[in-house]
Design a protein around this ligand. Structure first.
Ligand code: NJP
Length: 253
């Protein structure tokens, strides 16, 4: 309640579901994604559903640290600081292609978004967003069970590596921030039915249907509920990490 929350990748999927849940909790929302039009339409919807809700949207590619820090500075000029950062913008491009068959541009976009993007956004929240100065806040990284899982899915070398990198970043950052009241948390979804998988399989309907067959995936709101649980703990409680997976996801391995 009354918290200022920055969510990346908020135009659809898990990020939008978290925004929707936090709108109901009366948070002030700062929504970033590359598509400014989608964000505007989504913000209009949320404002119609929740009278008095404050929503700020900016078209930001999290790979671009300059635009990112300017966007955070501009918003902090109006709102004062950021209480909660939800690092969520992410993608897996190219599966089921094996590593040498990936396009170099896809490798650059995946690492740029999933690795640099999480780091740049965290940097902006801690500095321009004043978390470091205030010694207070929460950084919730939407990572993945794939960052830890053995055996991983073939065709996902870069994506899994980027998610493992997010886990390492989360853990080291948490230790660096010991002594402050800044929580650093990892929320690890399993398979969630979102737009993510359409890109993941380079959108081939047949491989999408095969991937999703035989079990019921999560929906984005299942992950949003877990995020709200993690964010609604008392100051002294950090739910450091949480895995939220479909009950039948084992069938994929
Ligand atoms: O994906 P999707 P999810 N800069 O495609 C934005 C993780 N995860 O919600 O930029 C800024 O529906 C994009 O908007 P736009 C996954 O790794 C998922 O499923 O306009 N924004 C959109 O709003 C990721 O970290 C599953 O195209 C960028 C959003 O990101 C997170 O969950 C399983 C951007 C993506 O929405 C959300 O994924 C798992 C950029 N460079 C982990 N690139 C799963 N779905 O099964 C993309 O283990 N966006």
């Amino acid at each position: 309640k009354d918290q200022t929350v920055l969510i990346t990748g908020a135009s659809m999927g898990i990020g939008a579901a978290i925004a929707r849940r936090l709108a109901a909790e009366k948070a002030t929302l700062i929504l970033f994604a590359r598509s400014g039009d989608k964000l505007k339409a989504f913000s209009g919807e949320l404002k119609q559903e929740h009278e008095g809700l404050q929503v700020f949207t900016t078209a930001v590619d999290v790979q671009d640290h300059k635009t990112l820090s300017t966007a955070v500075s501009n918003i902090v000029d109006q709102l004062g600081h950021i209480d909660i950062l939800i690092n969520n913008a992410g993608l897996a491009l190219g599966a089921p292609n094996r590593f040498p068959d990936l396009k170099i541009e896809d490798i650059i976009t995946m690492t740029g978004t999933n690795i640099n993007g999480y780091m740049f956004t965290t940097y902006a929240a801690l500095n321009e967003g004043k978390m470091k100065e205030r010694g207070k806040g929460t950084i919730l990284n939407v990572t993945s069970t794939t960052g830890l899982e053995v055996p991983p899915f073939p065709g996902e070398a870069v994506y899994h590596a980027s998610k493992a990198c997010q886990e390492a970043f989360t853990n080291v950052l948490r230790t660096e921030l010991v002594g402050t009241d800044i929580k650093v948390l990892a929320l690890r979804p399993g398979v969630v039915a979102t737009h993510f998988h359409e890109q993941r399989v380079g959108y081939n309907k047949e491989s999408y249907d095969t991937f999703m067959s035989g079990f019921e995936p999560l929906i984005a709101n299942d992950v949003a509920e877990a995020a709200v649980f993690m964010l609604s703990q008392k100051d002294r409680v950090s739910v450091k990490a949480m895995d939220v997976v479909p009950t039948a996801q084992r069938s994929l391995q």
